[in-house]
Design a protein around this ligand. Structure first.
Ligand SMILES: NC(=O)c1ccc[n+]([C@@H]2O[C@H](COP(=O)([O-])OP(=O)(O)OC[C@H]3O[C@@H](n4cnc5c(N)ncnc54)[C@H](OP(=O)(O)O)[C@@H]3O)[C@@H](O)[C@H]2O)c1
Length: 231
């Protein structure tokens, strides 16, 4: 029997392009209603159209996550909607730099988008999931390692992994599940042209942490590429 998410609402950050767009499409194919997000509303149009063609309800929000106010704008734009699935996908990378030469502004910018925005969104939507006793939070991580030249990015993903485990403990007695997932090295704007895999290969794996059972995986680290041959 094919699983369905009919009637649920998912917010997928950074779904205007790249991996986030695939996640939005995959969710819509499971009949999940989707909130598409990008920095600017214009960036979201193409994904929104694809998602709507799947026959689900969808809306789009433009909000930069590089400030607390920007994140608040996203939260305010979906006020009144019960978010069942929060897919924290948006992130930025830094330019390759010798590790001791990263300035404070770079660390702060990367952590704002990749970590602080995620905590702000979890604060906004996690308590509602807990009180309704159902929810899924998925935090997109990375398998990056041994690249000190990208330390602010990789350290931000380590923070995401730890946050995921802390939140999982908070939700352990509920039907809210929170997990992290590594999409693999993917040819997107962030991954670059030399990456190993095309963007469509993130499905169906990126849906796995959404489809876990209510008493299933919590605080775990998924790898999307492992699901490619098991649909
Ligand atoms: N690609 C890889 O190889 C790879 C590997 C491991 C992990 N990941 C992770 O996978 C996730 C998606 O990556 P991707 O490769 O799909 O990236 P991408 O192609 O660069 O897309 C980034 C998405 O995030 C949004 N975004 C960027 N900066 C933002 C900001 N300041 N505020 C709000 N939204 C912002 C973009 O919106 P706009 O279109 O409006 O700019 C876009 O929708 C990230 O968490 C990344 O760390 C990727």
């Amino acid at each position: 029997m094919k699983k369905t998410l009919e009637g649920k609402w998912a917010l997928v950050t950074g779904s205007s392009r790249g991996i986030g767009r695939q996640i939005a499409i995959g969710l819509a194919e499971l009949q999940c209603n989707v909130i598409v997000h990008g920095r600017e509303l214009e960036h979201t149009h193409e994904t929104l159209e694809i998602v709507q063609q799947k026959g689900v309800d969808a809306l789009a929000v433009g909000a930069a996550l590089d400030s607390e106010a920007g994140v608040a704008k996203l939260i305010a734009a979906v006020e009144g909607k019960e978010i069942d699935i929060l897919y924290n996908n948006a992130a930025i990378n830094c330019s390759s730099t010798p590790v001791f030469e990263f300035d404070q502004a770079t660390w702060q910018k990367i952590f704002q988008v990749n970590v602080f925005a995620v905590t702000q969104l979890c604060n906004a939507f996690g308590p509602g999931m807990k009180s309704r006793n159902w929810g899924r939070i998925v935090n997109v991580s990375s398998g990056i390692c041994d690249q000190p030249n990208l330390a602010p990015y990789s350290v931000s993903k380590a923070a995401i992994d730890k946050l995921t485990r802390d939140l999982a403990f908070e939700f352990k007695d509920t039907a809210v599940r929170v997990n992290a997932i590594d999409p693999g090295w993917i040819r997107t704007d962030l991954g670059g042209p030399d990456a190993w895999e095309s963007v469509d290969t993130v499905l169906p794996g990126m849906l796995a942490p959404v489809l876990v059972a209510d008493k299933g995986a919590n605080g775990e680290y998924f790898q999307a590429q492992q699901f490619r041959f098991f649909e």
